[in-house]
Design a protein around this ligand. Structure first.
Ligand code: SAM
Length: 212
């Protein structure tokens, strides 16, 4: 008998009440078992709408944030999506469950190895890599969507360059205390941007991010 089904249903109802409307996002989050991606101590809190600690001083993002960012990507089935900041692997699993072809990069080797193993064991076909995601993953560019799950001081130029025409980059930007989520949409040579305030992420560290 699968665990936490009722808790997951309640979380989906909460996300709906907070304005998440995309049924593919909600359907994917109903399927992905968040309790598999958290530390054993926090399993009972898996379906609260909270960020939780993972190893290396990082966090698994709050479910509302995962839903908001996944919805903001506006990707269709089969879309190629790059994620910067694999962390636990939860966001990557949600995108894979939405039918995206997912490429994800994590700077902490231990987290990369751990999430890669977990994603494989759960049957998610996701391309994973350890390294500095602020420079993107040019071999597989362009991407229909790029999602950054750590807060950047500004939008890294290499990520903009790896966006397909019509694609969207979703990235938290701002000071380290609080950030806005910025959605940059590419239309030919034009880039339209929109900010939504009031989010909190761990810092994006790297060549085009914050210093260590
Ligand atoms: N998407 C993750 C999940 O579902 O668990 C959330 C992870 S956490 C909020 C952000 C992650 O970004 C951390 O694991 C951190 O190590 C990683 N990170 C920070 N800077 C990075 C960089 N330059 N390249 C790749 N990963 C980075």
């Amino acid at each position: 008998m699968p665990r936490f089904v009722e808790e997951r249903r309640e979380l989906i109802d909460l996300l709906r009440s907070r304005g998440i409307k995309n049924e593919r996002v909600l359907g994917a989050m109903m399927k992905v078992e968040r309790h598999r991606f958290v530390m054993p101590t926090f399993v009972d809190s898996s379906y609260l709408d909270q960020a939780l600690p993972i190893s290396d001083g990082q966090t698994i993002s709050q479910p509302y944030t995962v839903a908001f960012m996944s919805q903001a990507l506006e990707v269709s089935e089969g879309a190629k999506v790059l994620e910067i900041g694999t962390g636990s692997g939860y966001q990557a699993a949600v995108l894979a469950e939405m039918g995206c072809r997912v490429f994800t990069i994590e700077r902490h080797m231990a987290l990369h190895l751990q999430s890669r193993k977990l994603l494989q064991s759960l049957g998610y076909r996701v391309a994973t890599r350890s390294g500095d995601g602020t420079v993107g993953w040019s071999e597989y560019a362009p991407y229909d969507g790029i999602i950054v799950t750590a807060a950047a001081p500004s939008v890294p130029d290499p990520l903009i360059k790896q966006l397909a025409d019509g694609g969207r980059l979703v990235i938290p930007v701002g000071g380290q205390a609080e950030q806005s989520i910025r959605v940059v949409t590419r239309a030919g040579d034009e880039y339209v941007q929109k900010d939504v305030e009031g989010f909190k992420f761990v810092p994006l560290i790297g060549k085009m991010g914050w210093e260590k």
